[in-house]
Design a protein around this ligand. Structure first.
Ligand code: KMH
Ligand code: ZN
Length: 274
């Protein structure tokens, strides 16, 4: 089994400080949160940014400043969200990719998202995939429903994605695929043999699905974007606390965590020269 890649999804686009008081918002808060997660074993930070009022933003200047501050502190892999908030225009979702982060997400289909719709029609997906390819960024395919795997494979045929693919199964979003062990196994069995995968369990699905991934050889995403609680009814005090727990369980079962350099090797990322 490969060493374990832990991604820290530290802020997302939907959460408020009323729900999670420790949510990082500003570039320096985001960089500090990313660094704390790195210290606890995260090798990728999944990044959204917020404006000065804490509203979700796709402002390239905020992405640039946050990435700069993160890189000043550590060599964690920075992965930009191209999902943004539901309803973000596709041009705005694409624009920050010009900053050439090492990784970016790509959701390959439309899905209900709570009371909203995460809108990803084929022309959006192709446009984002084209920009990711053009900038030499390693994509992570976000799978909220099974059909999104087939859509990703179709993009490989069209030359917009290159194998081996790397998938993130996002399970437990209200309105999308539930966060059950059975669903995770089905998805794992549905991807090509040469693909790598991780799981982002939402809410109470985070810890059980992460634990299953640890023993199956998959990788794990945790953080406030996906889950704000440490245990039932008890808010986590930091993103790093959630990362540390996964690293601890992994150590107990003999699955050491990957450094960012090791994660780059596992994912086939050429080390950044920026
Ligand atoms: N905020 C969600 C609507 C991604 O980062 O690529 C989409 C999302 C996916 O978070
Ligand atoms: Zn996200």
């Amino acid at each position: 089994m490969d060493k374990l890649i832990i991604t820290a999804a530290i802020v997302g686009a939907e959460l408020t400080r009323a729900e999670q008081p420790h949510l990082p918002f500003t570039p320096s808060e985001l960089a500090e949160a990313a660094y704390e997660c790195y210290q606890q074993g995260a090798s990728i930070v999944h990044l959204h940014v917020r404006d000065k009022d804490g509203a979700p933003s796709q402002d390239s200047a905020l992405f640039a400043e946050t990435m700069r501050l993160i890189k000043e502190k550590c060599d964690i892999i920075v992965q930009f969200s191209t999902g943004g908030a539901t309803g973000a225009p596709v041009e705005a979702r694409i624009a920050p990719l010009a900053l050439r982060p090492e990784m970016a997400t790509l959701t390959t289909g439309t899905v209900n998202f709570g009371n909203d719709v995460f809108f990803n029609p084929p022309e959006f997906v192709a446009a984002i995939a084209r920009a990711i390819k053009e900038h030499g960024i390693r994509p992570e395919i976000e799978v909220f429903e099974t059909g999104m795997i087939q859509n990703a494979l179709a993009l490989v045929k069209q030359g917009l994605l290159t194998s081996p693919l790397h998938f993130d199964f996002v399970l437990g979003v209200p309105g999308a695929m539930p966060g059950t062990a059975k669903n995770l196994l089905h998805l794992v069995e549905s991807i090509p043999q040469d693909a790598t995968w991780m799981v982002a369990g939402i809410g109470r699905a985070e810890l059980p699905l992460a634990t299953i991934a640890l023993v199956l050889g998959g990788h794990v995403r945790v953080g406030f974007e996906d889950n704000i609680y440490y245990s039932r009814g008890v808010l986590a005090t930091s993103n790093a606390q959630l990362v540390a727990r996964i690293a601890r369980i992994a150590a107990e079962i003999g699955r050491p965590v990957a450094t960012p350099s090791e994660a780059r090797q596992i994912l086939g990322i050429t080390p950044s020269v920026k």
